[in-house]
Design a protein around this ligand. Structure first.
Ligand SMILES: C[S@@+](CC[C@H](N)C(=O)[O-])C[C@H]1O[C@@H](n2cnc3c(N)ncnc32)[C@H](O)[C@@H]1O
Length: 229
């Protein structure tokens, strides 16, 4: 298999070990194939709305001799397939919500990498019986969020700060998140210098307060020698 990008590796490393994994919007199928070759799933259901995309996954599985443990579904979302975990990566957050809302059988575990509308995804998860197990930003040429959720564990009642920026990003030092936040603050301040938008002012103030707190906590931990996260 080709060398995975950092984004793909980060998604793969978040996969739990399960019996049946659904790779929804699988495209080339790298994530599902990783799960099969690394014994993270007995069986992978490769799903994609596009037949040419799904075919890439089929060809990859053939090349890697994984066809006996793979099933292929050309369809919108999960429909009525059953799985223990679904990975849905590289799609917009609203599309992810639509896939999950229409699923007949929701998997107990989810690994999600929404491209936008991350707050909506977090809200949907906690409003639909999932706990957020981890939610962390990372950089691979762009800033990405990786959210893992579980019906049996994780955080179910999120503060507005956690909902907006992600559970782990606001609880411990994450250099990628702070880099993103600094850029975002500059962008927001530029807009606010031209026109006052109350919601944007509130968002910017929250981001400034969050980053300040994270930096102060990090510096304090360094001074008294507490190991960094
Ligand atoms: C950008 S690719 C992401 C591929 C892979 N998941 C990754 O993260 O590297 C998005 C894929 O999702 C598929 N897709 C978009 N909406 C979908 C839906 N509702 N159901 C299934 N597949 C969908 C597209 O056809 C495309 O192959």
């Amino acid at each position: 298999m080709k060398q995975l990008t950092l984004r793909q590796q980060t998604i793969c490393l978040a996969l739990p070990k399960v019996d049946i994994l659904a790779d929804v919007g699988c495209d080339h199928g790298y994530v599902g194939a990783y799960a099969l070759t690394n014994a993270l799933a007995r069986q992978v259901l490769f799903c994609d709305i596009s037949e040419p995309s799904l075919n890439k996954a089929r060809v990859l599985c053939q090349k890697l001799q994984l066809l006996d443990r793979a099933q292929f579904y050309c369809m919108d979302g999960l429909q009525d397939v059953r799985s223990d975990c679904a990975v849905i990566a590289g799609m917009g957050g609203l599309e992810i919500i639509s896939v999950l809302s229409k699923a007949k059988h929701l998997p107990a575990k989810l690994v999600l990498q929404p491209m936008r509308n991350q707050k909506d995804v977090r809200q949907w998860l906690v409003g639909n019986g999932y706990g957020i197990v981890s939610d962390k930003m990372f950089y691979d040429g762009k800033f990405y969020d990786l959210i893992t959720a579980d019906v049996n564990s994780g955080e179910r009642s999120l503060t507005i700060e956690q909902l907006t920026f992600g559970l782990n990003n606001v609880s411990c030092y994450n250099a990628d998140f702070l880099w993103y936040a600094d850029k975002e603050i500059k962008k927001c301040k530029q807009i606010l210098s031209r026109c006052a938008i109350p919601a944007l002012m509130e968002y910017t103030d929250m981001l400034v307060a969050t980053t300040q707190r994270l930096k102060e906590e990090h510096n304090a931990a360094r001074i008294i020698g507490i190991p960094k996260d």
